[in-house]
Design a protein around this ligand. Structure first.
Ligand code: BES
Ligand code: MN
Ligand code: ZN
Length: 504
């Protein structure tokens, strides 16, 4: 993570290897935002942005020589996108513009960022984007490190609010959150040979050292003794046995308790219902939900939020072998419900079923699960918009509000009652696949069956987040998001838990 310090200096005199300023696309053409930050000579050199090929679009980053007119040798123009009239860029446009510039500037040690940041909210957004953009996964490149540019190490954030204690606090929070996002990306990017259930559990214990968080690991023997048939069934084809990890943060005086449940398939080959080669290429991503859960609980603990949070990571490797579960096998999930496994590639819902029931035993105020659950999520919403479903409209609305504030995109999806019957099994309580159309919703309906009901017979507030597409960026980098693991979900959940903590 880079160091980021606010400064009230004139951007012209900030010592850095590059000075970043914003552009925007307006009906009158491309403009520099906050051009007064630059000396007149440079401004006139930049007066014809179009001639330089600058349009102000998002994700457009240009470098121009400063000609010695400012302390930095290079001026970087980063697009914030379309603006109508004298409208200001949105907070998310600022995050992305700062992130795109810092990401593109990898290999540049020190960067001054002078985007429009006149108040605490905008300065915070710029800081968040810069921190999120300064990421690279380098764990397997020690020998060729010199051929790969290092992320920006120092960011000077130019803002008139540089002394504001609210900004200081917001930057500290941004650091904790960006670290959590980076740690999630690291886990997702790790090759599955090296990140298997026991190792994932060990890393959870390791990362929690020194934090007020208690990590409990159930190994395969304990899972068998406890009757966790879903996790065991999915994991039984692998030579590397499954785990259920509980990550508990229970601060004194917390009024509310939220359970987070994450899908942690460290590799999804599909099992005997094996995936084609192409479909398997990215399947190390299939533990992203569990990574989000772990890093969210740790971030909430680091922030010291007054809310109890219990994370559940359902970890298994889904492999075909002589010991793998077969299509038409019936397993008994934790708590006793039986499931006919008609397709071993619909494994996420099986491990989540156990974990949701286990989470419910503590009677939390809400259960939120997060999972790279269905290819259908990507068909419906693409690679940048995640889905949120649930039994409780207020909780779904809270998730959406938190996502909006955090700068992540979550869109509400229905759980149509008429699809439920498609999950009926000939032999067991329920089958693990149903109608192919609406596959994301069918998966949601399957999970709903395992959400416990309270004494008065109502279902505990529950939300299901399907992040299949957004968890992993296979396309070109954009904004503060590089290729590979994105860490999506962490910022929404941390923000949601802040909201819960402050509403008590
Ligand atoms: N892990 C996949 C879902 C997935 C697909 C995530 C692509 C990210 C990118 C999941 O376990 C799966 O295989 N789902 C099946 C379910 C089907 C068999 C009902 C799917 O979506 O095809
Ligand atoms: Mn699968
Ligand atoms: Zn899967």
């Amino acid at each position: 993570m880079p160091t980021l310090s606010p400064t009230g200096k004139d951007p012209r005199s900030v010592k850095a290897d590059a000075l970043v300023v914003a552009t925007a696309a307006t009906p009158e053409g491309p403009v520099l935002l906050g051009a007064d930050a630059l000396p007149r000579g440079l401004r006139s050199a930049l007066s014809s942005l179009s001639a330089l090929g600058v349009s102000g679009k998002a994700d457009e980053v240009h470098r121009v020589p400063s000609g010695g007119q400012v302390a930095a040798p290079v001026v970087v123009l980063t697009g914030t996108g379309s603006l109508a009239g004298d409208e200001a860029p949105s907070l998310e446009a600022l995050r992305r513009a700062a992130g795109a510039a810092v990401r593109e500037l990898a290999g540049t040690p020190t960067v001054a960022v002078a985007l429009p940041a006149d108040d605490v909210a905008t300065a915070t957004a710029v800081a968040e984007g810069a921190l999120l953009g300064a990421y690279a996964y380098r764990a397997y490149r020690a020998r060729t490190a010199d051929r790969h540019k290092e992320p920006v190490a120092t960011v000077h954030l130019v803002t008139p609010r540089y002394r504001d204690r609210h900004l200081k606090a917001a930057i500290e929070r941004a650091h904790v959150v960006a670290e959590a996002v980076a740690a999630t990306r690291d886990l997702v990017n790790c090759p599955p040979a090296d990140l298997y259930p026991a190792e994932f559990a060990r890393r959870a214990q390791d990362q929690a050292k020194g934090a007020p968080v208690k990590v409990t690991v159930l190994d395969d023997k304990q899972l068998a003794a406890g009757g966790y048939g879903g996790i065991l069934g999915v994991g039984q084809g692998s030579s590397r046995p499954p785990r259920l990890v509980k990550v508990a943060y229970h601060p004194r005086g917390a009024a509310r308790h939220v359970a987070l449940v994450g899908k942690g398939i460290t590799f999804d080959s599909g099992g005997l219902s094996i995936k084609p080669a192409q479909g398997m290429e990215t399947m190390k991503l299939d533990m992203a939900g569990a990574a989000v859960v772990l890093e969210t609980v740790l971030a909430v603990a680091r922030l010291g939020l007054p809310v109890r949070v219990t994370g559940w990571m359902a970890l298994a490797e889904n492999m075909p072998s002589g010991t793998a579960q077969r299509p038409s096998d019936v397993l008994t999930t934790y708590g006793g419900r039986t499931v006919e496994v008609l397709n071993t590639d619909a494994e996420g819902r099986l491990v989540l079923a156990d974990a949701i029931v286990a989470a419910g035993e503590e009677n939390p105020d809400a259960i939120i699960d997060i999972a790279t659950l269905t290819g259908a999520q990507m068909v419906a919403l693409g690679n940048r918009v995640s889905a949120v479903m649930g039994s409780d409209d207020a909780l779904v609305a809270d998730v959406r509000a938190a996502a909006d504030a955090a700068g992540e995109q979550f869109w509400p999806m229905p759980l149509p009652e008429e699809l439920r019957a498609s999950l009926d099994s000939q032999v067991a309580d329920i089958a693990n696949i149903g109608d192919r159309f609406g596959g994301m919703l069918v998966a949601g309906l399957f999970l709903r069956e395992f959400v416990p009901t309270t004494e008065d017979g109502r279902r505990l507030p529950w939300a299901h987040l399907d992040i299949a597409g957004p968890a992993f960026n296979e396309s070109a980098p954009w904004g503060y998001t590089g290729k590979g693991g994105t860490g999506v979900g962490v910022r929404t959940l941390v923000t949601l838990l802040e909201d819960v903590a402050s509403a008590r």
